[in-house]
Design a protein. Sequence first.
Length: 221
Amino acid sequence: MIVYRYAMKTRHYSPLDEFILHLDKAVQTVFGKPPVIERSNPAIDCDDAELNEGERRLSASLMRVNHAGEVSAQALYQGQALTARLPDVRDRMERAALEENDHLAWCEQRCHELDSHTSFFGPVWYTGSFAIGALAGLIGDKWSLGFVAETEHQVVNHLEGHLDRLPEHDKKSRAILEQMKEDETHHATVAIESGGAALPEPVKRLMKVVSKVMTTTAYRV
Ligand SMILES: [Fe+2]
Ligand SMILES: [Fe+2]
């Protein structure tokens, strides 16, 4: 899949082709089975512990929030890839989006294993995040990369909070979040090393407020 995607980059697409490709990615992210890369689900070898009803509901709600976060991550990266100026920044955004697909697929599978569903507001999370990502890309690559770094830092904090709240014996959900935490930390480091600028504090605070709206909503629906 990666080869195919990178092979596509050597071709030239009209604006309409680009639009259709982005639309296809959006539909796959929100409604379909997004392409995953070579990694298997980190929960695969974990014991499927018996959870009582309260624990199951808690785990499902937390994994729904994480799935919604991954839908947003996809959209942010796709939006940024659309407007990034430097080709290598654009390629890095597309590569990161591909890696986030793994997280998306793992969280979705875990939601279903916990007899629950992903957030009904997926199209809203995608559309809003795509617009924010595209805007960040338009402002400039160093700010766009800084935005990625800050987003990933906030996601890591949020994952740590979820790891504290998950039932101790829900090893499957924990394994997924531990791997995601490692990956998001790496994404942040790559963004900074690629020239990401530190964002102003008011922007960071605004990002936290927006993220709170999404996480609170997705926890319930
Ligand atoms: Fe992720
Ligand atoms: Fe990430």
